[in-house]
Design a protein around this ligand. Structure first.
Ligand code: FE2
Length: 428
């Protein structure tokens, strides 16, 4: 219960909203110099996706930094899906150079790379020290990090608003993350003009990631069902759903339902693209506070085990994050429906944009599948290269993501995951 006269001694009673400051709108990039001048920075590390060099974005950012009076050094060795190795290369660069503020411009991969470089620069040690246990040591940062200004150029990960950096460890055939409050960017400068050049396949995958962030966080286990932490420091960044995170998640879903298919089907639809940029950040704030769970826990092994899928709009064979997430979402939301039917129906109605008559446990999967088809998503994990024999390996990988599974609205065992994955072979 959110707040009652009966004190449940062992349960959490507190939730919080810690959020990245946000500046959104067309040409907001032009205010970067003004924002930077608040920090009195002498030297800035610019972590930038090299793709942006071709569209004059890098130059615009450099001009803005120059106008603030600070010096700059640039790092652009960004891996499309960051690996342990690519994070180590960025961290080494950070250690070898001096700077007092970071600007990160690019998609989630770039912003995540900047978060980790910041962490290692300030707190030292090896990347694996901070990777979530049991895969890494799960060590916490020892102090606040340097200010990080994030400029997202795709509308997906919401990394500009979250406490997480995701990495691929090919040697272990898995994906996992580093998560702590201190990783959250100080300011997100979200300029829809920067997403204009994104290919429609990338918009589709990234947008479906946004939709899943919003639904997963909206239906995640309420914060008060978690055990009370022994100290504020032990309270997880993924606190579970609460009335404040619900607001962000619902608005993100509302925008996602209205604008994702338009943004994918017509790259010139500036209104749709702009609103999807905002939707990604709104969802980032929502799930950055409440958390994501089963679809993301399954997505990590799905993206980590096989790399033969060629998605439209991407230059290499791999499974884009949004697709790896969305393929299991319909089956997951069938599984979680009975815990909180009202929220599942509400999510379906937000996606549809109108009231659903005769709602039921198929309402949300139905709306989701309709959207997946519209934007050209893969029909299931079979299309991504998996057969039924691969399911035990995916379950093994998903089970390693206990940090995520613990936020699921109901307990999910191996049999449940098996059922979800069988249903997710082909969603239609
Ligand atoms: Fe995601």
């Amino acid at each position: 219960m959110l707040y009652s006269n009966d004190e449940m001694v062992h349960n959490e009673t507190i939730f919080g909203l810690e959020s990245t400051q946000l500046k959104f709108g067309r040409n907001s990039l032009n205010e970067l110099g003004w924002e930077l001048s608040k920090y009195n920075s002498a030297k800035i590390l610019l972590v930038v996706d090299p793709v942006l060099h071709d569209f004059d974005v890098t130059q615009k950012i450099l001009d803005q930094i120059k106008s603030s009076g600070a010096e700059v050094i640039t790092f652009d060795k960004i891996s499309v899906e960051p690996t342990l190795k690519s994070f180590e290369v960025a961290s080494q660069f950070a250690l070898e150079n001096s700077f007092d503020l970071i600007v990160a411009a690019g998609g989630g991969s770039t912003i995540d790379t900047a978060k980790v470089a910041n962490l290692i620069k300030v707190c030292g040690g090896a990347v694996m020290d901070y990777v979530n246990a049991p895969i890494g040591k799960g060590k916490k940062p020892t102090s606040q990090l340097l200010p990080l200004i994030a400029i997202p150029t795709t509308s997906g990960s919401g990394s500009e608003a979250t406490t997480v950096a995701v990495l691929d460890i090919p040697e272990m055939k898995l994906k996992t993350g580093i998560s702590h409050y201190f990783l959250r960017p100080t300011l997100a400068l979200v300029d829809p003009e920067l997403s204009k050049t994104t290919p429609s396949g990338v918009t589709a995958s990234a947008g479906l990631d946004v939709i899943s962030h919003a639904i997963e966080s909206f239906i995640s286990k309420p914060f008060y069902e978690r055990e009370k932490p022994s100290s504020p420091d032990e309270r997880p960044p993924y606190q579970g759903s609460n009335p404040v995170s619900d607001i962000w998640s619902m608005k993100a879903l509302d925008f996602g339902g209205k604008y994702l298919s338009r943004a994918v089907l017509n790259g010139e639809d500036v209104e749709a693209r702009g609103n999807m940029m905002l939707s990604a950040t709104l969802a980032g704030i929502g799930f950055g506070a409440a958390g994501v769970h089963i679809p993301h826990a399954c997505a990590y092994p799905i993206a980590g085990l096989k790399h033969s899928y060629q998605a439209s709009g991407y230059k290499k064979c791999f499974i884009p994050h949004g697709f790896s997430v969305i393929v299991t979402a319909p089956a997951v939301f069938r599984f979680t429906y009975d815990i909180e039917p009202e929220k599942h129906i509400k999510a379906a109605e937000l996606l549809k944009g109108s009231v659903i008559t005769n709602p039921g446990y198929e309402s949300l999967p139905y709306e989701l599948i309709k959207l997946m088809k519209k934007v050209g998503a893969p029909s299931g994990i079979k299309e991504l290269g998996y057969a039924k024999e691969d399911i035990p390996e995916i379950i093994k990988g998903a089970n390693k993501q206990q940090r995520l599974l613990s936020v699921a609205p109901k307990k999910v065992g191996e049999n449940d995951l098996n059922k979800i994955l069988i249903q997710s072979m082909e969603n239609w």
